[in-house]
Design a binder for this molecule. Structure first.
Ligand SMILES: Nc1ncnc2c1ncn2[C@@H]1O[C@H](COP(=O)(O)OP(=O)(O)OP(=O)(O)O)[C@@H](O)[C@H]1O
Ligand SMILES: [Mg+2]
Length: 269
């Protein structure tokens, strides 16, 4: 039986909070753990993923498949250094129409692709409800400020409404001395667990070199956090594939939590 891919949506309400950076590096981290990974850039205006990798595509990508002008197989390419598969975004000069039924067809085809993980990088904003059932997990990316956090809390409620598993990821932590305090963060998110990814200059180096940070220095703080996130997802996949809930729970409890250590450090506890 063909395996069903574990589809992760990387989303945010506010733009520029680190979705593409996290989607790319998470994809690399999972790939380096030997999972087969497809990374999909659903940005229909900027194709920033290809830009981050310095890849010039022939212009065909995600929106051509959505609009039935191309098949998925025509637009997938391999990022050869690590055989990571990518569907590039499109650099449209006009607004691309995305009807729910077209998106539904796209995700239905995507869910039949034989990958362990499919990671969807998105433009900011709420996802289309017609396709919510295809996502196994939503990573809501935010930054440690009240505007972004309030938007993310609303997105978490939206996920709840659609019974979608989700996690909040506070990116660029430690960048500003005006970062929210832990109590403020907890007040905004209530019971929802949150993970933290630090501000790191490896990202600027990665952009300059057109190379994922994770392939430059896996020990950099940003990458250590990404490893932890990849580990969480790898446990989830194992849980659903093998039903090893007991032993996985044990592993979870005995390993030191990077995110908790990070939170303690940031909130000086
Ligand atoms: N942890 C980090 N440390 C340092 N810089 C970061 C970090 N995360 C993201 N950045 C920088 O923040 C900027 C925005 O990141 P990115 O493009 O990944 O955000 P985005 O959410 O995908 O944006 P958009 O909504 O436009 O798609 C980029 O310049 C990126 O290099
Ligand atoms: Mg982006």
């Amino acid at each position: 039986m063909a395996k069903r891919p574990f589809i992760i949506l990387i989303a945010s309400q506010k733009g520029g909070v680190g979705k593409t950076t996290i989607a790319l590096n998470l994809a690399v981290a999972l790939r380096l753990q030997r999972y087969s990974v497809l990374l999909v850039d659903t940005d229909i205006e900027s194709a920033s993923l290809s830009e981050q990798l310095g890849i010039k595509s022939d212009g065909k990508g995600y929106s051509n498949v959505v609009n039935r002008e191309a098949e998925i197989g025509d637009v997938i390419f391999a990022y050869e250094p690590i055989d990571l598969y990518i569907i590039p975004g499109s650099q449209a000069m006009e607004r691309v129409e995305q009807k729910p039924e077209k998106l539904e067809r796209f995700y239905s085809m995507l869910s039949k692709q034989s990958f362990d993980f499919i990671i969807i990088d998105t433009p900011p904003g709420l996802f289309e409800e017609a396709v919510a059932r295809y996502f196994r997990d939503v990573a809501i990316i935010t930054t440690p400020d009240s505007v972004s956090s309030n938007g993310s809390a609303r997105m978490a409620q939206y996920c709840d409404r659609h019974k979608l598993e989700h996690r909040l990821i506070i990116n660029r932590a430690g960048y500003s001395k005006y970062d929210l305090e832990r109590e403020e963060v907890e007040k905004i998110y209530g019971d929802v667990a949150f993970l933290m990814i630090p501000e790191d200059k490896i990202i600027a180096e990665s952009i300059m070199k057109h190379k994922p940070a994770y392939m430059i220095d896996r020990e950099a703080d940003f990458c250590v956090a990404i490893t932890e996130l990849a580990r969480e997802y790898s446990l989830k996949v194992k849980e659903s594939q093998e039903g090893e809930a007991g032993s996985i729970q044990e592993e979870r409890e005995t390993q030191p939590g990077f995110f908790e250590k990070m939170a303690r450090w940031l909130f000086k506890q």
